[in-house]
Design a binder for this molecule. Structure first.
Ligand code: C2E
Ligand code: CA
Ligand code: CA
Length: 482
């Protein structure tokens, strides 16, 4: 008998299907052989691809545990794979399936025969641990599973890494509903996803309160959109060789009727999770174009102003964005060459082939594309060469003094030289001091932006931003040290 399939008699509350001849053949057959040829007639409660329990199977077992006075010795882990979609998109569904099968095997190897491992969605798994002597044992097992899944996996001639996020509900005593157990495990899982390299997160009631708060934020964001409360702020970007104005970056703000002006850290995550970032981004960019047009009408002779706007992954790769931009350029008579899209380097690490096509399509419109927050996303040099981008924008974290150490000048110099070697412009953001400006100019960094020159300002300040005497204030001595 393999550990994988066992007679239902050994599992209290197990599914009848688990002991059926269709899935419990003897002698033992290695998992990989079995699951790559799944029976089309897999019994209810069993996942056809991996042979694990499915959601129904897991729920049946959990229901039994809750009603059999074993709740205090039972824990539930909820897991999903961090990069599964990427594997599926880049290597295809067969490879994706093979990966799920290997994950199933690792989960079985990391648990005991009496534990129930289930695949409850595409790349979502759950484990019901039983017979635990202390709730903390669930933590140990979660950490072990995390370690096992962190090891590279061979898929054909490729090696892939698919670390998992794990949420834990450690003691089922307070529960009388399977649905609530699984929901709470999933809430903890969602928290775990926000903390890279943390093996697991144990559920606490505060998480549900936070999740509810997010739900009400979601409703508030929808209302704010309807009331047109999202507005653009503008921050100048200067050419570092001569201090001339290169353009302005558009940064979203929420004019909250009660709480005042809110920065994106208060709404961006939830707006991205819910997809609301798309209409919010559109509202902000349209208003930015309105402001630029109004300025043009007031100052007909003013030189054209180049706009740079931020795009989240959810916006950048959808066909709708292409249509939005063509309409924008038409409506505002804005040359696409005066518009630059910024996308975080983190969102393009390990990018799939069809995503490169999206890049190329947008590029063909004539817009500029910058990799924002550069230095945080571990892009390979290979992908940097493959993507049609115009420039890199060094993450402001690299310019900041942290833990008593001064900013990382050597590293920035390296990025500037690398960017230039690849034919890209390099922008430094977060420039706060004249010594930084001086050093960046010495490195031949193309553009700079930061509080030293100006903080982001509302549309009403756009005219004075454009007229500000940056050159005479900061470029007086020729090398930026005023
Ligand atoms: P980002 O694109 O990296 O923008 C730079 C952030 O640094 C801005 O924060 C800006 O206000 C701030 N900043 C500028 N100069 C300095 C400086 O010298 N020192 C320091 N410490 N900070 C400086 P903000 O406006 O809060 O925006 C945060 C992030 O939100 C942006 O980071 C961007 O990723 C995102 N974001 C902003 N507007 C939009 C939008 O319309 N759509 C999308 N998708 N994302 C947006
Ligand atoms: Ca940006
Ligand atoms: Ca940035």
């Amino acid at each position: 008998m393999t550990r994988f399939f066992r007679p239902s008699s050994s599992i209290p509350g197990a599914l009848p299907g688990l002991s059926s001849p269709a899935v419990d053949p003897a002698p033992a057959v290695p998992l990989s052989d079995r699951v790559t040829h799944p029976s089309p007639l897999h019994p209810p409660g069993v996942d056809g691809l991996t042979g694990l329990s499915n959601r129904t199977g897991l729920e049946t077992v959990l229901q039994h545990r809750l009603t059999a006075d074993e709740a205090d010795r039972t824990a539930v882990l909820s897991l999903d794979l961090d990069f599964f979609t990427r594997v599926n998109d880049s290597l295809g569904h067969r490879a994706g399936n093979a990966l799920l099968v290997q994950v199933a095997q690792r989960l079985r190897d990391a648990t005991r025969p009496d534990d129930v491992v289930a695949r409850i969605g595409g790349d979502e798994f759950a484990v019901c641990l039983s017979g635990l002597e202390a709730a903390e044992h669930a933590h140990t097992i979660a950490a072990r599973i995390y370690d096992r899944l962190e090891q590279p996996m061979a898929l054909g001639n490729q090696t892939v890494y698919t670390p998992a996020s794990i949420g834990v509900v450690a003691d089922l005593t307070p529960y009388d509903s399977v649905e609530v157990v699984l929901r709470n495990a999933n809430t903890a899982l969602n928290e775990a996803k926000d903390v890279p390299h943390r093996p697991y997160v144990v559920y606490e009631a505060a998480m549900t309160r936070r999740a509810r708060a997010q739900l009400s934020l979601d409703t508030a964001l929808r209302q704010a959109l309807d009331r047109s409360e999202f507005v653009p702020f503008f921050q100048p970007i200067l050419a570092l060789d001569d201090g001339s104005l290169h353009g302005v970056e558009v940064l979203a703000r929420w004019r909250h009727p009660d709480d005042g002006l809110l920065t994106p850290d208060t709404f961006l995550d939830i707006a991205e999770d819910t997809g609301l970032i798309v209409p919010i981004g559109h509202q902000v960019i349209r208003k930015a174009c309105d402001a630029v047009c109004a300025l043009r009408r007031r100052q007909p002779g003013a030189p054209p102003l180049s706009l740079t706007a931020n795009f989240s992954r959810q916006e950048f790769f959808r066909a709708e964005t292409y249509a939005f931009l063509t309409d924008l350029f038409d409506t505002y008579d804005l040359p696409p060459t005066d518009f630059t899209m910024e996308i975080s380097e983190r969102t393009v690490a390990g990018i799939a082939a069809e995503d490169v096509t999206a890049f190329q399509n947008l590029k063909a419109l004539g817009v500029g594309i910058l990799l924002d927050d550069f230095g945080t996303g571990f892009s390979s040099l290979q992908s940097l060469r493959r993507l049609p981008v115009d420039g890199l924008k060094i993450d402001k974290g690299l310019l900041a003094d942290t833990n008593g150490q001064s900013w990382n000048e050597d590293l920035i110099d390296l990025i500037v030289q690398m960017g230039h070697t690849l034919g890209h412009t390099v922008t430094a953001e977060g420039v706060e001091r004249t010594d930084q400006l001086h050093a960046l100019r010495g490195m031949d960094c193309s553009y700079g932006q930061g509080y030293l020159f100006a903080r982001p300002a509302p549309a009403s300040a756009l005219g004075s931003l454009l007229a500000a005497p940056f050159r005479s204030r900061f470029w007086r001595t020729g090398r930026g040290d005023s």
